[in-house]
Design a protein. Structure first.
Length: 256
């Protein structure tokens, strides 16, 4: 995807400046999602100073919960999409009403892709097409996403939706992408970031995506949220040890 840079945006990303928990609300730290260590601090706040922000960390640390809450602040559907897919008031994030945000300006244009709910999102697109006409498929390459492989459907969403500005939230975008497709994904982000009208917030386990130049990388841990370079993450360290000597790595893995 090549985007024109001839017209500079009036406002440049990042648009979402910060998020925090509303201290005027009663919060029970023993109940989910506030029992998650990353959200358990009375001082929970994240500042977004760059167009691309990436969250890394182990499973269960709260990355997806945070991204889902941000998507909710944008008015996006819980299973993915944009504000046109926020169809049910019953599908709410447990942080709705607790998370606050600072914007300049407030943005509700963009897209949310959530790996674990991608098939539910595809079904939602098909249902909307059946109810309102097949024209909805034009924004996904002209046909149902279900007619493509998981990986092709994933990359097609990125190709067609990362255009025209806004805020884009991607939860584990690498889940259906080969390393070559991940490289294509990063090039799509770079093309949009260069224009200046797109903000990207992602959660990933992929060191390839974590290494995106100029991104703010937050490591979500049981001790809180720390900003660190991708080379200091467990993901990078483990894979580096594997690539340096795969046979010894496997011998050590199974001898423990």
């Amino acid at each position: 995807m090549t985007r024109s840079k001839s017209k500079s945006p009036v406002f440049r990303a990042p648009f979402l400046k910060s998020i925090w928990l509303d201290d005027r609300k009663f919060i029970d730290r023993t109940q989910y999602p506030f029992s998650i260590p990353a959200l358990g601090s009375d001082k929970f706040q994240i500042e977004f100073s760059r167009p691309v922000t990436i969250f890394a960390g182990q499973n269960g640390t709260g990355k997806s919960t945070i991204l889902e809450a941000i998507a909710g602040l944008c008015g996006f559907g819980k299973f993915g999409g944009n504000k046109n897919y926020n169809l049910s008031k019953e599908e709410q994030n447990p942080l709705d009403g607790y998370m606050r945000a600072s914007w300049f300006p407030k943005v509700t244009k963009g897209f949310y892709v959530r790996a674990e709910a991608f098939f539910a999102f595809i079904n939602q697109v098909d249902r909307l097409a059946q109810e309102g006409g097949a024209a909805i498929y034009q924004s996904y390459g002209g046909r149902s996403l279900a007619e493509r492989s998981h990986g092709e459907a994933y990359i097609d969403v990125f190709r067609h939706k990362m255009n025209g500005g806004g805020i884009f939230i991607f939860d584990e975008p690498e889940s259906a992408l080969s390393p070559l497709r991940q490289m294509e994904f990063l090039r799509l982000i770079k093309a949009s970031e260069t224009v200046g009208d797109c903000q990207f917030i992602m959660a990933t386990h992929s060191p390839l995506i974590m290494a995106y130049p100029g991104a703010a990388l937050f490591h979500v841990t049981d001790q809180g949220i720390l900003e660190k370079p991708y080379t200091a993450t467990d993901h990078f360290r483990i894979l580096r040890e594997f690539y340096l000597d795969p046979d010894s790595f496997m011998d050590d893995l199974f001898s423990e």
